[in-house]
Write a protein that binds this ligand. Structure first.
Ligand SMILES: Nc1nc2c(c(=O)[nH]1)N[C@H]1C(S)=C(S)[C@@H](COP(=O)(O)OP(=O)(O)OC[C@H]3O[C@@H](n4cnc5c(=O)[nH]c(N)nc54)[C@H](O)[C@@H]3O)O[C@H]1N2
Ligand SMILES: Nc1nc2c(c(=O)[nH]1)N[C@H]1C(S)=C(S)[C@@H](COP(=O)(O)OP(=O)(O)OC[C@H]3O[C@@H](n4cnc5c(=O)[nH]c(N)nc54)[C@H](O)[C@@H]3O)O[C@H]1N2
Ligand code: SF4
Ligand SMILES: [Mo]
Length: 885
């Protein structure tokens, strides 16, 4: 059994990987000793075992279409970069990396660019994620610091969740919060989000503010606290600067409750309730995520929140503080090594001559970057313009995840040299690569990560490397050596890289930088392997780590005082556009991770929400003229996509929400990045991913339908499709404009069934436009297709169940032709609990039959919600719906 960490979100859960007794794969469970999760895992973590096979892996280096040796690939990359640098200078090349690299990988990449190639043109997908939090922290504290620890969330009496769908995106953290609330019902949860998300199901108060108005809300809170005398005067005087300026701006812009309620478009009484609650609760945590960061006013949002904590002295104390919840497993590690284009290394600054000297001396490097490099959006624009001529992309899929993603695609198509390191063979970005380098994946790679509360944990390998895959640190070091930098990159293991990183954190660090892991220097290989999760800073040997930062009220500006930053509210840049009257909001769903390269392989995770959708308020949906389940087109000035309309009841008027996960690899037309405006926050450079003017119009087709097939199907000749992985089948949702005459021929051609025992069940009603066909081989279902011009297609979960059967019975055959199960209970409905495969119908029936009123009771009857707990919010909604009649 190996102890490691989950490769998904920034909660950073500990994972145990144990080889199965039959030798097939690994059993994955939560590590009871890891301080982040204490044994629990969410739906994504629990399904990690389903993502480990070689299917779809990139296993060999490639140049163009040809498989090559590592030597050829590495020489090609090194000589390509060298040639372009020699001709056009260091700033003509770039790296674009990721918060999914391990700290050791990240350290080596940053060292190569900033110390040896001599440019700061290395940026990361963390730019799209938490760079506003970084900028806000630096402005307020003088350093990028997260003051709290997870235990504080349980000690708090009030947890304010701002722009965070914690229930779905940081499920284990959310479970810790809700468990604490269950123990102490007086603890309160407030959610601030324009949408009514799953997170709201546990909240005492939900403020559905108008998108983009958070600064009004928190300026209003600051003014309110001041007006009501909720000020820690001693703390403010001794430990902060600029309180009066910040207060003046807050009073002038948001001093009046009614005006704030109006700006935020919320009920004045609810606003007063929130302010009152915040005012009387000393132990308050304000946790924030992408609804705050991903905004053209993101950095100001962060500082408006921090100001409220500084005014009340609620920082560096048990159960109190602002808390940036990080997204990726190693977002924090990337910040520590300086992986952003505007940082140097070990929390040292570019453009600070003293810091430059420390780092250059330490690295013995020929040069040192002295000015910020290009931030992600600008970097890809510079590629488009031909200023940057070579880019090496690692562990990120920018063709999907960057704003204005079609322009990013054009940029890469014109770029002289595009190198991509990934563990998956077919991604949208890989399609633009000249060189593909196979990287070690989770389970194979070995190093450290830092989670949201500064815990450094080991991520350990428990499998051999697949094919010719290699760890990222090795690949980068090999290229560096071939570029002539052998002496700086003579690493033979991640352990040596980590030691160097730890020593750099200590170099010249006379308590001027909080990031100090001197206590982890000089470990031998065995001691490195044994590192238990520990929170930085730990400056000295034997130090136990630091739970909370800034407990002594000392900050990291030169005067050791925090800054209260005046924040003048302003709307997002593109907040009105008559032709595009809606706001396009984008974000995550519970069971998929980003561009689905890994979670998309798991049948369990692909059942919860199996296809992209466009969520709208019922009234706005009516105005489009389309009905729920029909296809609509979402358009913006930058691009468009097509998906089914959904009316979840979560949306406010004027907003539409589209999930970020579907790429060209999983759908014909659902890459939301192509629609998103490339506006960025002027300070952090973080793009406005939650706010693009949009419109929604019907996308008229002649029929919709779906296919379930044991074999994966080649290119489908239909107008629109999406694909998902089922337990023993591939699922395709399809739609078409052409009215075919001979469906039967089409189906036979599609499934190409030449087996001797093939048996076709077919039903066709040409007048009604209905077609159904089922291909049975030896009485076992092999594929089925259902088409209809109306919203009357059968349940996919019922049919999925038939794929598990060895033989199809006579009753099943009758049901298949009728398009509905002969026995209604055979249809459990769309999966809600992915751990135990419990469907919506099964839960609703049980609630009605047994008059269940709590998720615990549902769990006792059906097990739903009792393993990872990620679906408890949805079970709550089903109970409430049943109670509401
Ligand atoms: N299941 C799952 N979990 C994940 C990930 C994943 O892909 N899948 N990714 C991980 C990563 S990298 C990240 S960064 C995190 C992101 O975690 P979150 O930030 O929690 O997730 P998002 O869905 O991006 O957005 C959060 C919320 O911001 C709201 N919002 C939009 N505009 C505004 C606004 O103006 N103000 C406020 N207050 N709220 C607004 C949206 O409605 C949305 O509900 O999740 C991590 N966890
Ligand atoms: N519209 C919109 N866009 C967004 C967001 C949003 O909310 N709305 N959120 C943004 C945020 S917060 C984020 S974090 C990004 C995420 O967006 P991306 O980073 O583009 O998404 P991923 O699918 O996580 O891409 C990771 C890639 O790295 C590969 N990979 C995994 N592990 C390794 C490894 O160890 N080494 C290597 N070399 N490759 C590896 C995976 O196979 C995958 O192809 O999306 C951003 N884009
Ligand atoms: S909450 Fe889930 S996705 Fe996040 S680290 Fe834990 S198990 Fe992984
Ligand atoms: Mo993220």
């Amino acid at each position: 059994m190996i102890r490691t960490t989950c490769p998904y979100c920034g909660v950073g859960c500990g994972v145990l990987a144990k080889p199965r007794e039959n030798g097939a794969g690994f059993e994955i469970s939560g590590d009871p000793h890891h301080p982040a999760n204490r044994g629990r895992l969410c739906s994504k973590g629990s399904a990690l075992g389903e993502t480990l096979d070689l299917d779809g892996r990139l296993l060999y280096p490639r140049i163009g279409e040809s498989r090559v040796t590592w030597d050829q690939a590495l020489d090609h990359v090194a000589s390509g970069f060298r040639r372009i640098i020699d001709q056009h200078g260091a700033d003509s090349v770039a790296l674009y990396v990721s918060g999914q690299l391990l700290t050791e990988d990240y350290y080596v990449a940053n060292k190569l660019m900033k110390g040896f190639i001599g440019t700061a043109n290395i940026d990361t997908n963390s730019r799209l994620c938490m760079s506003s939090a970084v900028a806000g922290h630096k402005r307020a504290f003088g350093e990028d610091l997260v003051p709290i620890c997870y235990d504080d969330l349980e000690l708090a009496d009030l947890v304010v969740l701002v722009g965070s769908n914690t229930a779905w995106c940081h499920p284990i953290l959310f479970q810790r919060i809700t468990a604490a609330k269950q123990r102490r019902p007086e603890m309160k949860i407030v959610v601030i989000d324009p949408r009514r998300t799953a997170t709201c199901e546990f909240a005492d108060l939900h403020l559905p503010i108008r998108a983009g108005t958070d600064v009004w809300l928190f300026n209003g809170l600051l003014a309110y606290l001041h007006q009501h005398g909720i000020v820690d005067t001693q703390f403010v005087e001794q430990h902060t600067v600029d309180a009066s300026r910040a207060l003046l701006v807050a009073e002038n812009t948001a001093g009046d409750l009614r005006a704030v309620a109006k700006a935020c478009r919320i009920d004045e009484r609810q606003l007063a309730e929130f302010y009152g609650l915040f005012a009387r609760t000393a132990k308050t945590i304000t946790a924030f995520s992408q609804g705050v960061n991903q905004s053209s006013v993101g950095t100001d949002k962060v500082n408006a929140i921090i100001n409220c904590h500084l005014l009340t002295g609620r920082i560096g104390k048990e159960g109190a503080g602002p808390f940036s919840v990080t997204g990726q497993p190693n977002a924090m590690g990337g910040r520590e090594v300086g992986g952003l284009a505007n940082m140097l290394a070990a929390h040292m600054e570019l453009g600070n001559a003293h810091h430059q000297r420390i780092v250059q001396d330490f690295w013995h490097s020929p040069t040192i970057a002295d000015k910020p490099g290009l931030k992600a959006v600008d970097l890809f624009e510079a590629i488009h313009e031909g200023k940057v001529k070579a880019v090496w992309i690692m562990a990120t899929n920018p063709l999907v995840s960057l704003p204005d993603a079609d322009r990013v695609k054009q940029a890469l198509q014109r770029c002289e040299l595009v190198v991509v390191s990934d563990c998956v063979e077919k991604t949208d970005t890989n399609a633009c690569a000249h060189v593909l380098l196979p990287a070690a994946g989770w389970g194979e790679k070995d190093g450290t990560v830092t989670n949201s509360d500064r815990h450094i944990s080991r991520q350990r390998a428990f499998m051999p490397l697949s094919g010719e895959a290699r760890p990222d640190w090795w690949i980068i070091s090999e290229v560096a050596r071939r570029m002539g930098f052998a002496q700086g990159f003579d690493f033979s293991s991640p352990h040596e890289v980590f030691d160097e990183h730890a020593r750099l954190s200590a170099a010249g660090n006379d308590d001027s930088r909080a990031f100090h892991i001197g206590g982890l220097t000089g470990l031998d290989r065995a001691a490195y392997d044994e590192i238990s999760p520990v929170q930085w800073p730990l400056p000295t040997k034997g130090h136990a780590g630091t739970a909370r930062l800034m407990e002594d009220g000392r900050f990291f500006h030169p005067d050791r005082k925090a800054r209260m930053v005046p924040t003048t509210p302003r709307m997002p840049v593109n907040s009105t556009d008559q032709e595009f009257p809606l706001v396009l909001n984008t974000g995550r769903i519970r069971d998929q991770w980003h561009t689905m390269t890994r979670t998309g392989k798991s049948p369990r995770l692909s059942t919860h929400i199996a296809e992209p959708y466009v969520d709208m308020h019922a009234q706005d949906a009516l105005l489009t003229g389309a009905k729920e389940g029909e296809l609509v087109r979402v358009s913006t000035r930058w691009g468009s996509l097509i998906a089914k309309l959904k009316v979840s009841g979560e949306m406010p008027r004027g907003m539409t929400f589209v999930p970020i996960h579907w790429s060209d690899a999983f759908a014909s037309d659902a890459r939301v990045g192509a629609l998103v405006n490339p506006i960025v926050d002027p300070i952090s450079g973080e793009p406005e991913l939650k706010h693009t003017p949009a419109r929604v119009t019907p996308f008229v087709v002649s029929w919709q339908g779906f296919i379930l097939s044991r074999e994966s199907l080649p290119q489908l000749d239909v107008t629109w499709w999406t694909a998902a992985q089922g337990a023993q089948f591939h699922r395709y949702e399809i739609a078409g404009r052409r009215v075919y005459g001979d469906w039967s021929r089409w189906a036979r051609h599609l499934f190409d069934a030449k087996q001797p025992h093939a048996d076709w069940l077919e039903y066709s009603d040409p007048n009604a436009g209905i077609y159904r066909a089922v291909l049975l081989i030896d009485d076992r279902i092999s594929a089925c297709v259902f088409l209809s011009p109306r919203q009357d297609l059968p349940s996919r979960t019922w049919l999925a169940g038939l794929f598990a059967k060895e033989r199809i019975s006579g009753r099943d055959r009758a049901g298949l032709l009728a398009g509905q199960p002969a026995d209604a209970s055979a249809d459990t409905g769309p999966i809600v609990c992915s751990c135990f495969g419990v469907g919506r119908n099964a839960i609703c029936n049980s609630i009605a039959q047994h008059k269940l009123t709590t998720p615990q009771q549902v769990g006792e009857k059906l097990r739903a919600g009792t393993n990872c707990g990620s679906c408890v919010a949805e079970i709550k909604v089903l109970i409430a719906e049943a109670a509401g009649g």
